[in-house]
Design a protein around this ligand. Structure first.
Ligand SMILES: Nc1ncnc2c1ncn2[C@@H]1O[C@H](COP(=O)(O)OP(=O)(O)OP(=O)(O)O)[C@@H](O)[C@H]1O
Ligand SMILES: [Mg+2]
Length: 396
């Protein structure tokens, strides 16, 4: 067992300056382009990004299935790959579950779970093996299925078996690559919660790869959003959702409205006053952004507040006006598209009393709900920027 030597949380996984190039017809393709992050021991950390952004390649480098071209990887304080050496996967103390979780159909549930102990050279006796398999099947809720053929399991049960197999050697780090993508939506919802509970129960440092924002937001202690082989923003779910650093992050993690604004000077509140086509709102802006500069205002649909307003009235501070273009009933919410003097915003509201098409409405944009994205200065620096290891990446 490990003990903490220094004060503060201990890194279970450290990736620094990771670069991976693949040879392609035209030369080299840089799949991972200088990725750095740390996963605190016992934490659940997600790499979130669109297809092809380098998530799997990063995970495979951590697993030892790919050799990095640059950078270093440490697991629990031990360097497993750097410029001069790379330990093979079996010497890295990791468990892995892939998208195609590949359990063996000709084996029973018991034998599937036991397999890594039988082949791992771990020299586990019969009784110990049985005890460990029983333990891990209990953890994933498959105790009653030990004697069954693996093909007689449901999708979710097969997924749990894959987890049992990854956990049986009690690895230091668990690597999960889109482990839920083969499951239907309802089962995916349930397995999200199950995997998270199980990870907490075992307390294992976990690196999770997904392109699904809901998975990443609901499961992770921290999230790194990747694009084009790089980490573009890192933080906890709340800060990434509430304070996206770039248009890409705002649009990829949830949905966002984007409005063009120009800074017109500081308000008494300390916030910047931002001019839209027919009104002025206040928001916190990135450090360095000055009066006269243009930026993009990002606001989530659930944070756009609509109120009725008389036809001739001018918008009060913090608001603009618009006309309702479209009202879409979604069951639990109503999506209202509002055409502004310049641009369009979508509002998501409770379905009880929606406005009607053609209504003139006041669109309230509150300081605490707004993110100001400035391509040159990166993200706003007020509440929400939590200074993680890659916090500077967005501004670079
Ligand atoms: N063996 C390979 N040879 C050449 N290029 C590769 C190889 N593996 C991956 N790539 C390329 O590297 C980039 C990153 O691939 P990677 O598999 O890491 O993406 P990903 O983020 O996991 O995507 P997905 O969500 O689709 O799984 C992609 O452009 C991909 O085409
Ligand atoms: Mg992948």
């Amino acid at each position: 067992m490990q003990t903490s030597t220094a004060a503060g949380p201990r890194p279970g996984l450290v990736v620094e300056g990771l670069v991976k190039d693949y040879p392609v017809a035209t030369g080299l393709h840089r799949a991972v382009d200088g990725v750095s992050f740390q996963v605190t021991e016992g934490h659940f950390y997600s790499l979130l990004g669109p297809s092809g952004c380098g998530k799997t390649t990063t995970l495979r480098c951590v697993a030892g299935l790919e050799r990095p071209d640059q950078g270093s990887i440490s697991l629990g304080g031990t360097v497993v790959a750097d410029g001069s050496q790379a330990l093979p996967p079996e010497r890295r103390d990791i468990g892995m579950v892939f998208q195609s979780y590949a359990i063996w159909p000709h084996m029973t549930v018991f034998e599937n779970a036991a397999f890594p102990l039988r082949v791992g050279g771990a020299k586990v006796g019969r009784d110990e093996l049985r005890r460990r398999v029983d333990e891990v099947l209990a953890i994933v809720g498959l105790s009653d299925y030990a004697g069954r053929s693996a093909t007689q399991l449901s999708g979710g049960q097969q997924q749990r078996l894959a987890l049992a197999r990854a956990l049986i050697r009690r690895p230091r780090v668990l690597l999960l690559d889109e482990p839920l993508s083969n499951l239907d939506a309802r089962l995916r919802d349930r397995m999200r919660a199950e995997i998270r509970d199980l990870q907490r129960q075992v307390g294992i440092t976990t690196l999770y790869v997904t392109h699904d924002q809901v998975e990443a937001l609901s499961m992770s202690d921290r999230i790194a959003v990747m694009d084009g082989g790089r980490i573009v923003q890192e933080g906890d779910a709340r800060s990434i959702y509430a304070h996206p650093a770039t248009r890409f992050v705002a649009g990829f993690v949830g949905t966002a409205n984007f409005l063009d604004v120009v800074a017109v000077g500081l308000a008494e509140t300390g916030a910047m006053r931002l001019r839209l086509a027919d009104g002025v709102v206040e928001a916190d802006v990135p450090d360095g952004m000055a009066e006269g500069e243009a930026a993009t205002l990002s606001v989530r649909p659930e944070n756009v507040w609509l109120r009725p307003i008389a036809v001739e009235a001018a918008p009060p501070a913090g608001s603009v006006t618009g006309h309702v273009d479209e009202v879409v009933y979604m069951g639990d919410t109503v999506e209202v598209r509002v055409r502004l003097v310049e641009g369009v915003v979508s509002a998501r509201m409770h379905p009880s009393a929606p406005p009607s098409q053609g209504d003139r409405v006041l669109v309230e944009l509150r300081r605490e709900d707004l993110s100001v994205i400035h391509e040159r200065f990166g993200m706003r620096s007020a509440a929400g920027a939590d200074g993680g290891p890659a916090a500077g990446a967005a501004a670079a």
